[in-house]
Design a protein around this ligand. Structure first.
Ligand SMILES: C[C@@H](N)C(=O)N[C@H](C)C(=O)O
Ligand SMILES: [Zn+2]
Length: 206
């Protein structure tokens, strides 16, 4: 029985049915260039209080003509192991898109963790969407999701004013519901560390 079915984790769409999921690791559109083992389904699974908090962020943003784009939530340890194998292999096919400024050998641990908080189901990767024209489109955050380099650092000093403002809006919306940002990556947030089981899960997303 999958942990979501057994009640350990909840699907965020239970609380935010319309939330935009763009779970890249379930597809080939990610830094490894292929679907990541462990992501059999493109779902956002989280501990229930985290899923509820993320739904409240989404609700608040929707009221202001914005929305979240959810790129990753619970990440099985088997998926983290696949990232580590990728980090050590010779494949450079995604370098131009994902890490043009850095050598692949330095991506772990600052940009890709060997023991990721995502596996504890309280961490999310999210972006901000502008929905004011009816169709939701990504705001300019200074980099794309999973761009590994200094421009992804949340406080990168050479952002344009709009990029800085967009990051500030996302930070404030997430902080209001208890999510703390990881300074190396503007998109990576963890909900109230210490309030949930300190357990890294292995079961696949299905
Ligand atoms: C890989 C990226 N999306 C991410 O989540 N990085 C942090 C450091 C992690 O792997 O936990
Ligand atoms: Zn992350």
């Amino acid at each position: 029985m999958a942990a979501a079915e057994s009640g350990i984790l909840a699907d965020v769409r239970t609380f935010a049915p319309g939330i935009m999921l763009d779970i890249r690791y379930a597809t080939a559109d990610n830094f490894t260039g292929r679907p990541v083992p462990g992501y059999a389904a493109a779902k956002c699974l989280l501990h229930r209080p985290v899923a509820e908090a993320l739904a409240r962020v989404e609700q608040g943003l929707r009221g202001q003509g914005m929305a979240l784009a959810v790129y990753d939530c619970y990440r099985p340890t088997v998926s983290v192991a696949a990232f580590m194998a990728w980090a050590k292999d010779a494949d450079q096919s995604t370098k131009a898109a994902y890490y043009p400024e850095l050598d692949k050998s330095v991506l772990v641990p600052d940009y890709i963790a060997e023991k990721s908080g995502h596996s504890k189901a309280a961490t999310v990767d999210v972006g901000l969407l502008d929905c004011r024209t009816g169709t939701c489109r990504p705001f300019d955050m200074g980099t794309a999701f999973d761009y590994f380099g200094p421009r992804a650092n949340t406080g990168y000093p050479q952002l344009g004013p709009a990029q800085r403002a967009n990051r500030t809006v996302l930070l404030a919306a997430m902080a209001a519901e208890g999510f703390e940002n990881y300074p190396m990556e503007w998109w990576h947030f963890t909900w109230r560390a210490g309030e949930l089981p300190d357990t890294a899960y292995a079961f696949p997303i299905e």
